[in-house]
Design a binder for this molecule. Structure first.
Ligand SMILES: NC(=O)c1ccc[n+]([C@@H]2O[C@H](COP(=O)([O-])OP(=O)(O)OC[C@H]3O[C@@H](n4cnc5c(N)ncnc54)[C@H](O)[C@@H]3O)[C@@H](O)[C@H]2O)c1
Length: 258
């Protein structure tokens, strides 16, 4: 029970890393609010959590819409009384270098990945300030640190999230609002599966094997591996993790084997 009774809002909690965070946080005593545009899967995740005996609710919202992001946080406060942890995890991607990336794709990625994180943070900080405490965890990516081919818009968005995390830590740590980021490497989720299917339709097996080879332990990283890192940051064990960028990537960004 590492986060017993903490009210945790998890954006993008209907799938992948967000779903893993929702379920693992619930097992560790958290009360979970899944915020997502995908209602069907969000209700599935909430149903699974309730079946395991924990408290959970689903709130449908587009995190990049000003009214919806404000209202979803108000709904959680009405139901659970407060918000202890916000995980800004909802995200989208686009394939292409800067010349290939269409302006609509650039705007779509920036809208969810940067404006969405900004809006949810903008509206949750006053709530946490009034409570006298809170934790905000941003889902950045190792792409913020190391260039990766054909992901120009996505890389720019995750770099922005990391910079915002550090700025927010500087601004809000003295108010007992802790802000930190998780930087995952490649995790095998529907998000990555879709990307591989679009890029390597003919040879998915080879694509998965290449992915494994990039990791120092030759294994595919799972959503749970990232969720456990987020769990640490959500817990009081992480009270000195201020502006921390926690890299979970199988060693890809730190070591190379030839
Ligand atoms: N999968 C990876 O390899 C990887 C690596 C590094 C970082 N990340 C980041 O982790 C986060 C989760 O990725 P994932 O792989 O679990 O993706 P996913 O596609 O499995 O899940 C993303 C969720 O976000 C929701 N979402 C999208 N736009 C939204 C919006 N405007 N408002 C509310 N919800 C919205 C989707 O409906 C979906 O449920 C993303 O921010 C992603 O950039 C993923």
């Amino acid at each position: 029970m590492r986060i017993a009774d903490k009210v945790c809002v998890i954006t993008g909690g209907s799938s992948g890393i967000g779903e893993a965070c929702a379920k693992i946080f619930a097992r560790e005593g958290g009360k979970i609010a899944v915020v997502d545009v995908d209602e069907m899967n969000g209700e599935r995740v909430v149903g699974d959590i309730r079946q395991d005996g924990a408290e959970a609710m689903f709130v449908k919202a587009d995190v990049a819409d000003e009214r919806q992001s404000r209202q979803c946080l108000e709904t959680v406060v009405q139901s659970f009384g407060r918000i202890d942890v916000l995980v800004n995890n909802a995200g989208v991607s686009a394939v292409g270098d800067v010349a290939q990336c269409a302006p609509e794709d650039w705007d779509r990625v920036m809208r969810v990945n940067v404006r969405g994180v900004y809006l949810m943070s903008h509206f949750v900080v006053p709530i946490m300030r009034d409570q006298g405490q809170g934790t905000i965890i941003q889902m950045s990516s190792t792409i913020a640190l190391v260039g990766l081919q054909s992901r120009a818009a996505y890389a720019a968005s995750k770099g922005a999230v990391l910079a915002l995390t550090r700025a927010m830590a500087a601004d809000h740590s003295h108010e007992n609002i802790r802000v930190a980021a998780v930087l995952p490497g490649t995790v095998y989720t529907p998000f990555v599966q879709g990307y591989l299917e679009r890029s390597y339709a003919d040879d998915m097996e080879q694509a998965i094997s290449n992915l494994k080879k990039r990791q120092l332990n030759n294994e595919l990283m799972t959503p749970d591996d990232v969720a456990y890192a987020a769990l640490y940051l959500a817990s009081d064990e992480a009270r000195f993790a201020l502006g921390t960028a926690l890299i979970i990537d199988g060693g890809v960004s730190t070591a190379k084997v030839f």
